[in-house]
Design a protein around this ligand. Structure first.
Ligand code: C5P
Length: 249
């Protein structure tokens, strides 16, 4: 069973390892899940994953793969394996799940627009690599429609269709806004993971996001994980912002 604070994923959307480490040192252990996306990964690659996992936290590697099935299959396998070789022994012992080690990367993303064969390849790669390395299989979740897209008449149906495709192809869940979370939960069942970005504190600015909600609304709608970047990174007191979000749940 996840604890409330383990629903919050802080997006390390920064451009240097130093800045990322500043936030991890400041927010851990209040936050134990951090997102590494294309900006930080482009800047420092697996070093960023190593820094987070050596602290004892875990990584949501959000690179939103969308390519030919073979390339995505290999990339997911590499992401899952990136896991093991770079983890310090102390971090490893902290995160045993029964008798299996949980790797640094606990979740990765692919684009549902990549189609069935690509999604199936991603799911297969995660399973095979986890078996081979005897690690807990990382969750593979499919991006449906970006939360920066305006809400359109077809948004809900498009997200539901993408979620059904992802589930059929063997993915563990999807990324969607809280506006669609309830319908996805209904359609795909309790165990399907729902990850929701576009979280804003009450009355806060939207930035480039469009389909935003508060953390509380997202959890109420059925989201399992909330991804929050700027409202925490740009807060005067990021730790206080984290505590406020956790407190609101
Ligand atoms: O700063 P903000 O809270 O808007 O950051 C949201 C994070 O979630 C960003 O890192 C963004 O890449 C990510 N994300 C998103 N929409 C998706 C998937 C991921 O905003 N559909």
């Amino acid at each position: 069973m996840l604890k409330i604070k383990d629903k919050l994923i802080v997006a390390l959307d920064v451009d240097t390892l130093k800045k990322a480490k500043y936030f991890v040192d400041l927010l851990y252990p209040e936050v134990r899940l951090f997102k590494i996306g294309s900006q930080l990964f482009t800047a420092c690659g697996p070093e960023a994953i190593k820094m987070v996992s050596n602290k004892g936290a875990r990584v949501f590697l959000d690179l939103k793969f969308h390519d030919i099935p073979h390339t995505v299959y290999l990339s997911i396998g590499t992401g899952a394996a990136c896991s093991i070789n770079i983890m310090s022994p102390s971090a490893e012992t902290k995160t045993r799940v029964e008798d299996t080690v949980m790797g640094p990367v606990f979740m990765m993303t692919v684009h549902t627009k990549g189609g069935r064969a690509m999604l199936e390849g991603a799911a297969r790669a995660a399973k095979e690599k986890a078996n081979e390395l005897k690690i807990v299989k990382p969750y593979i979740v499919g991006v449906t429609r970006l939360t920066s897209d305006e809400e359109a008449p077809d948004t809900l149906q498009e997200v539901i269709n993408a979620a059904k495709l992802a589930q059929d192809a063997g993915l563990d869940g999807v990324v969607c806004s809280a506006h669609e979370a309830e319908a996805v939960r209904k359609e795909c069942g309790r165990d399907f993971i729902i990850v929701t970005p576009g979280i804003r504190l009450n009355g806060a600015q939207k930035d480039d996001q469009r389909r935003v909600t508060t953390a509380q609304e997202a959890i109420k709608a059925g989201s399992d994980f909330l991804v929050v970047g700027r409202p925490i990174l740009e807060a005067k007191d990021p730790l206080k912002a984290v505590k406020e979000i956790i407190g609101s749940l």
